[in-house]
Design a protein around this ligand. Structure first.
Ligand SMILES: [Zn+2]
Length: 485
């Protein structure tokens, strides 16, 4: 329901560049052109030069297939490409190679469903997916100042031919906030699957279709952030509802989102599909989907949902598991530190709440793995808490800021010193572990590992060098055998 009490419908077209594919869709130019001088990531194919033949590259197709599998789509038996004709300077062939349902064409996905996590309410939701297309991105036209005032239009073809998937949902997205959450989840899933890096400028854009009860459908184009998507939808629902409630008519039109003024503005009149003259591209051979599926399936082992399940299985709450998963290096760090013996709940709080907060506070990027300490640091800190040596807050206030500032810092150097005497502990271990001591003296070298472990456990939380413990133990045991104790 809208602010004015009228019902509404929201459908999304989410365009995601497969920035991590390595190559463009039909040539070996790079899929990620950021930082390159204009028109240096180009070749005869992506410049559309006469006689150049596009040849589908494997990785983009595999990644697109993985996206289709993620959404449980109905897939054709062959990957087919279609020409969509229109004229624009950033499109040198005068057609875009895309996918289209009909006229002998077929999209990679028809009729799927995307499950996504809603962290605000801690629930899973889903939206129906109408189709997914694989297509090439056009180049870019740039102007000096505005399109009206610029003397020239500059065209940069670095982006021309970069693989894109277009995910089209049914108009059953629950609301603006849900729209934002579903796009965030989709991007994260594609990030984990190695398909895209959503943090790269221009790596995704969303067109949103919104209609309010009693009005026609309005398309809002080129929304470049998930926060802007939520804002644009709220704005549009309010604008349309107001017109309708005042007795006006909302006609079908295309609008653009102005991220600076935070409003939508009218754009050109919408073209209709038949104006594009779609037909299957005769230059591009079809690719059997079966082989692509076999290659794509392993990528689905790394979805956010799977990772959240793994983290929850350690006794971490679902919402906290999301806070870890949403920042890739944080999730990796959690899993590796738990493998090293970190107490999972303390580790999840340390990483996802306090350390992440400090990293952001210090102006560092939590998505950069080098902002984080190693797993042994996390394991050690949680063991200090678990052993009762330090309280969580002592660690949080005395140790974490230093580590957030310098992740390579040795925890030992930061910990408040605690008195300890290795020799006394070793004496205690030798007295209490009679069987292991006898085994060792009988020649079972492995028993020494056990004794070292017992000694370390007694000193959990202290700045102990395990090698020193081992050496001391060996010396003491050697003295036992020679009878000079
Ligand atoms: Zn190229």
């Amino acid at each position: 329901m809208s602010a004015e009490g009228l019902g509404y419908r929201i459908g999304l077209e989410i365009h995601v560049q497969l920035t991590e594919a390595g190559t463009k869709l039909f040539c070996d130019c790079k899929s990620n052109y950021r930082g390159m001088a204009p028109n240096t990531n180009v070749c005869p194919v992506c410049l559309g030069l006469p006689g150049a033949l596009p040849v589908p590259r494997r990785r983009p197709l595999v990644l697109a297939t993985a996206a289709a599998l993620l959404m449980g789509c109905e897939m054709p038996t062959e990957m087919v490409f279609t020409r969509k004709h229109y004229f624009y300077p950033d499109m040198p062939k005068n057609y875009q190679i895309t996918q289209y349902q009909g006229g002998g064409g077929a999209p990679i996905c028809l009729g799927g469903r995307l499950r996504y996590y809603d962290p605000d309410l801690d629930v899973w939701r889903s939206v129906k997916v109408r189709r997914i297309n694989v297509e090439e991105d056009p180049g870019r036209t740039e102007y000096e100042g505005s399109i009206q005032s610029s003397e020239y239009a500059y065209v940069d073809y670095n982006r021309s031919g970069v693989p894109l998937i277009e995910v089209v949902t049914e108009p059953d997205v629950e609301g603006p906030r849900e729209a934002r959450r579903l796009v965030e989840y989709l991007l994260l899933a594609l990030d984990y699957m190695g398909a895209t890096n959503p943090r790269l400028e221009g790596s995704f854009r969303v067109d949103a279709n919104v209609s309010v009860e009693g009005g026609e459908r309005v398309e809002v184009k080129n929304i470049g952030s998930t926060l802007d998507l939520e804002r644009a939808l709220r704005y549009e629902i309010f604008r349309q509802s107001k017109i309708i409630s005042q007795g006006g008519k909302v006609r079908r039109e295309t609008r653009g989102w102005d991220p600076v003024r935070k409003v939508t503005k009218p754009q050109r009149a919408k073209e209709y599909e038949e104006e594009y003259l779609y037909f299957p591209d005769p230059d591009i051979p079809t690719v059997p989907i079966k082989d692509l599926v076999a290659e794509a399936r392993p990528l689905l082992l790394r979805t956010p949902e799977r990772l959240m399940e793994a983290i929850v299985s350690y006794g971490v709450r679902q919402r906290r598991s999301w806070a870890l998963v949403v920042t890739k290096p944080a999730a990796q760090l959690f899993l590796s530190s738990v493998r090293l013996g970190a107490e999972p709940r303390a580790a999840s709080r340390l990483i996802a709440v306090d350390l992440k907060g400090l990293i952001k506070k210090f102006g560092k990027d939590p998505n950069d793995p080098s902002s984080w300490p190693g797993p042994e640091t996390i394991a050690r800190l949680t063991m200090l808490v678990a052993s009762g040596e330090y309280t969580y807050d002592e660690i949080k206030y005395n140790v974490l800021p230093a580590i957030a500032n310098d992740p390579m810092l040795d925890v030992k150097g930061v910990l408040p010193p605690k008195a300890n005497n290795i020799d006394n502990v070793i004496d205690e271990v030798i007295m209490s572990e009679v069987k292991a001591v006898r085994d060792y003296l009988d020649g079972k070298a492995k028993a020494l590992d056990y004794l070292v472990g017992r000694a370390l456990r007694r000193m959990a939380g202290l700045a102990v060098d395990p090698k020193a413990v081992r050496t001391s133990l060996e010396e003491r045991l050697a003295r036992l055998t020679s009878g000079t104790q």
